[in-house]
Ligand binder design. Structure first.
Ligand code: PGA
Length: 247
């Protein structure tokens, strides 16, 4: 079974004082046995890398451009993220797919750029409520997976995050059976495409994961961790999730 991963997505939250949450997380779980990564806003990345230097906490970006440099005002490239000391990057988050019309092709190119810079890509996929209600979940998830993930993925370079769009930030989650069904489908697809490596690639669940539901979600087959938004901002909440994923 792959080692579990607790990934915190801070989104557009956090000023310098929020670094105290990372210290508190370390104090609460100094020796997690799962992998832990926090993806803060770009403005905090370098200081977070320094804060985490002696901790078992890695740092990731929330997006990157597909090019390494150039005339792209406001964008950040994968080598720039790596230059801060980051080791992961979230790509294709539904908020970026929705706000910036990111396509699977673009996410595929960004993933290749992340790999070229030595970063592990956390590629997000998931259906909207309309898509779920019209029975298209597996179709949508399958298409996003096929389109967003480049050939050549390995368990070290790729993490998939299944995030139903309607569960993000809403306090709603799919039933345990629904999560099991989609994660099982993603596992099968990864195995079909990447063989034995597909069994080792981590599949995270994301969308309103919290200290209360983490236990039962983490126990589902093929759930190898969580991509956690709101509940990653407070050390008291995120440390509970890290502890659950460490058991
Ligand atoms: P949430 O966000 O945990 O606040 O629902 C998850 C995510 O968007 O990655």
């Amino acid at each position: 079974m792959p080692k579990k991963l607790a990934a915190g997505n801070w989104k557009m939250n956090g000023l310098r004082q929020a670094l105290a949450e990372v210290q508190a997380l370390h104090a609460a779980c100094p020796e997690p046995t799962c992998d832990v990564v926090i993806c803060p806003p770009a403005t905090l990345m370098r200081s977070m890398v320094k804060t985490c230097a002696d901790m078992k906490i890695e740092v990731g970006g929330q997006d990157c451009h597909e090019n390494t440099s150039g005339a792209h005002t406001g964008d950040i490239s994968a080598p720039m993220l790596a230059d801060t000391g980051a080791s992961y990057v979230i790509l294709g988050h539904s908020e970026r797919r929705a706000s910036y019309s990111e396509t699977d092709d673009q996410i595929n190119a960004k993933t290749r750029a992340a790999w070229d810079a030595g970063l592990t890509a956390i590629v997000c996929i998931g259906e909207t409520l309309d898509e779920r209600e019209s029975g298209k979940t597996l179709h949508i998830v399958g298409d996003q997976l096929a389109g967003s993930v480049p050939d050549g993925a390995t368990p070290a370079s790729l993490v998939i995050a299944y995030e139903p769009v309607w569960a993000i930030g809403t306090g709603k989650t799919p039933t345990l059976d629904e999560i099991a069904q989609v994660h099982g489908f993603i596992r099968e697809s990864l195995q079909t495409r990447f063989g034995a490596d597909g069994l080792e690639m981590r599949i995270l669940y994301g969308g309103s994961m919290n200290p209360i539901n983490a236990n039962e979600i983490a126990a589902i087959a093929n759930v190898d961790g969580g991509l956690v938004g709101g509940a990653s901002l407070k050390a008291s909440d995120f440390s509970t999730i890290v502890q659950v994923l460490s058991t």
